[in-house]
Write a protein that binds this ligand. Structure first.
Ligand SMILES: Cc1cc2nc3c(=O)[nH]c(=O)nc-3n(C[C@H](O)[C@H](O)[C@H](O)COP(=O)(O)OP(=O)(O)OC[C@H]3O[C@@H](n4cnc5c(N)ncnc54)[C@H](O)[C@@H]3O)c2cc1C
Length: 402
């Protein structure tokens, strides 16, 4: 009996044939995004990362806009109105290229555009969403502060009522896209009169308003092909209607973060796939002890583990995507996806790195870049510890945050 199986029809990047769970339209979305990235991002992104810059980011944003990638899961105002699964598949391809490129699209669509779409006035939506969907305007989302990250409830950015206007003062830290943004969604403690806080509210802030500055944060070891900055608000005077009318407290920013976290749980599987594919190809060509290293059991164990984790993480992403498209997601369900998929993507990258031996640390290959990027992804949009506590609260009914 011949036990040797033919590799015909077997895709080592999708051993479980998850593609069979996708519609032809979904596969078409994925392949158009891949085509765009192969042409306009993949040949250059390694150099952008090494140089710590994203030159031509506005042209890139317009290309993404032409394809309908910006705010692609939102309805109306020039947005593509596609499904959560379509959006997830796009995030996976974007992050297979680079987490910084996925961050550009996530922050634009899921944080800034979603914030305006969900909480803004009709005027905010008409003014900003169509030009953000085409990539002509870039947005950012300012929640984190130098002294308030995981616990934003104590934020020290204040919006004080002055006559009919709001006057904003404070500082935001680690804000993706802020140095290049045209509009910022800024969350602040409000003071209607006196010094007592009237709660956290969101503001739509054109970045050319006097008193607004967004210095770039340099010397990053991660997400280097992404623009990250501060937001400094120094007596930024805004009209009364700059405030989001119905977002009171942290439910406003948290609703936006939930959207962006959903993109992350797909995206990380893209970074993992890229690292695994690199390791698989390398192992098939690299010979030691007179044979390709892919024939050694210890190498195969690593490759097998990678493909198992990518399969499980992708299935989880698809399951959550299908639920988001039908019944919706609860926050702890998104936390399960983020906690698992970021950790597993990092592990896949670490194992892939070892398969390349010394070459594994070289920027000739994308693995170290993905690994460094994933360290930011582990931390932003809620750290792994915060998401673990959310899952803990969901299963025990007890909050252990403080
Ligand atoms: C590249 C990059 C881009 C970013 N982009 C944005 C953006 O666009 N907009 C934005 O608003 N923010 C952004 N962030 C900020 C990010 O969301 C915060 O860094 C994150 O929320 C963590 O906050 P922190 O850095 O202040 O860490 P801290 O909150 O100080 O946490 C430090 C450590 O303590 C742990 N910790 C804190 N509290 C507890 C607890 N109760 N129990 C156990 N452990 C705890 C944390 O998990 C972490 O490990 C970005 C960050 C990075 C690195």
């Amino acid at each position: 009996m011949n036990h040797k199986k033919t590799p015909k029809n077997r895709n080592p990047l999708d051993l479980a044939d998850i593609d069979d769970c996708l519609s032809e339209e979904e596969k078409a979305v994925r392949s158009s995004v891949r085509g765009l990235l192969s042409q306009h991002v993949d040949p250059y992104v390694g150099e952008w990362f090494e140089n710590g810059e994203l030159p031509g980011v506005r042209d890139l944003a317009k290309k993404f806009g032409e394809m309908g990638l910006l705010g692609m899961h939102l309805e109306g105002y020039g947005c593509a109105g596609m499904s959560a699964v379509d959006y997830g598949l796009a995030c996976m391809e974007l992050e297979a290229s680079d987490s910084g490129i996925r961050s550009l699209v996530s922050v634009q669509g899921s944080l800034a555009m979603f914030g305006i779409w969900r909480w803004g006035t009709e005027e905010h939506k008409q003014q900003w969403l169509p030009q953000m969907a085409t990539g002509e305007a870039i947005g950012c989302f300012g929640l984190t502060e130098p002294d308030h990250g995981s616990d934003p409830s104590g934020m020290r950015t204040f919006a004080k009522k002055n006559g009919g206007d709001w006057v904003l003062n404070g500082r935001k830290m680690w804000i993706t896209n802020s140095p290049i943004a045209d509009v910022a969604v800024v969350w602040a403690q409000t003071q209607e009169s006196g010094n007592d806080s009237n709660g956290i509210r969101g503001f739509c802030v054109p970045t050319d308003t006097p008193g607004f500055a967004a210095p770039e944060i340099t010397r990053k070891g991660s997400l280097r092909a992404s623009s990250t900055g501060e937001i400094v608000l120094d007596d930024v005077r805004l009209p009364e209607n700059a405030v989001f009318p119905e977002a009171h407290g942290l439910k406003g920013p948290l609703s936006c973060l939930n959207e962006a976290r959903y993109g992350i749980l797909w995206g990380t599987m893209g970074a993992a796939r890229s690292a695994y594919q690199t390791a698989l190809e390398y192992a098939g060509q690299r010979e030691q002890f007179g044979r390709p290293i892919s024939g050694f059991q210890l190498i195969q164990a690593k490759l097998a583990n990678m493909v198992v984790e990518i399969t499980l993480g992708t299935l989880l992403a698809l399951h959550l995507g299908r639920r988001k498209d039908t019944v919706g997601l609860r926050p702890e369900q998104v936390s399960i996806g983020k906690v698992n998929n970021v950790a597993k993507a990092l592990q896949v990258c670490r194992d892939a790195r070892t398969i390349l031996g010394g070459n594994g640390i070289s920027y000739e290959f994308p693995i170290m870049r993905h690994m460094a990027n994933l360290e930011s992804v582990l931390t932003y949009e809620g750290t792994t510890e915060m998401h673990t506590l959310m899952i803990g609260e969901a299963v025990t009914g007890q909050a252990a945050f403080r």
